[in-house]
Ligand binder design. Structure first.
Ligand code: ADP
Ligand code: 5GP
Length: 184
């Protein structure tokens, strides 16, 4: 791939976006994953600057006011946003950048970067999604309930995306995503 491109990966919490991305980035280290800012508390094992930049609401609001975010949204009681500068730098350097976003942020990117490739990851069923959220074992019951509620609205928006991929078998889903990203 010789041209920097923006790729947006969206799908309900617990569908496997993080798992897919870890594998994809291991195979394709030339692709840059944007690290978001969030006001959510770190989950066990999450690292500052690697998984997220963990900031206070006040810091986040300052980033918004100063135009430092390419997009942002509120999700399950917390703010999430994409730091603008790092993404612009990578695109200028002709590197492809992946943004992992919820649906509102994905819509903003469609407006500002109409050429971005937008992929939606679906669970095989909502029951399986709930199983994965619980199986991950890192969110409270209240956080799981908010995520499941939001997942129904998110799944209803799947047709807004360039491609919807079902993450039933992990390897198959990764292959489909690789094809979408690297074959054109
Ligand atoms: P997300 O980043 O979308 O919130 P995660 O990557 O954290 O989701 O995955 C949620 C849980 O589902 C994890 O425990 C992960 O191991 C599991 N998982 C991911 N993909 C699959 C799959 N294809 N089949 C079964 N479990 C999966
Ligand atoms: P989690 O708390 O599970 O890490 O993320 C919750 C949701 O926020 C997920 O759907 C994730 O894709 C989304 N998200 C993470 N970073 C950003 C961001 O920078 N902007 C937007 N709009 N959503 C994000």
């Amino acid at each position: 791939m010789d041209k920097g491109r923006l790729i947006v990966l969206t799908g309900p919490s617990g569908v496997g976006k993080g798992t897919i991305l870890r594998s994809l980035l291991e195979k394709h280290p030339e692709v840059h994953l944007s690290v978001s800012a969030t006001t959510r508390q770190p989950r066990q094992g999450e690292k500052e600057g690697q998984d997220y930049y963990f900031v206070s609401r006040q810091q986040f609001e300052k980033m918004v006011a100063e135009g430092e975010l390419l997009e942002w949204a509120e999700y399950a009681g917390n703010y999430y946003g994409t730091p603008r500068r790092a993404v612009e730098k990578q695109i200028e350097a002709r590197r492809s950048v992946i943004l992992e976003l919820e649906v509102v942020g994905a819509r903003t990117i469609k407006e500002t970067f109409p050429d971005a490739l937008r992929l939606f990851i679906l669970p095989p069923s909502v029951k399986e999604l709930e199983k994965r959220l619980r199986g991950r074992g890192k969110d409270s019951e209240a956080a799981i309930a908010k995520r499941l509620q939001r997942s129904l609205e998110e799944i209803a928006a799947k047709d807004e995306f360039d491609l919807a991929i079902v993450n039933e078998n992990l390897e198959t889903a990764i292959k489909e995503i690789e094809t979408a990203i690297f074959s054109n």
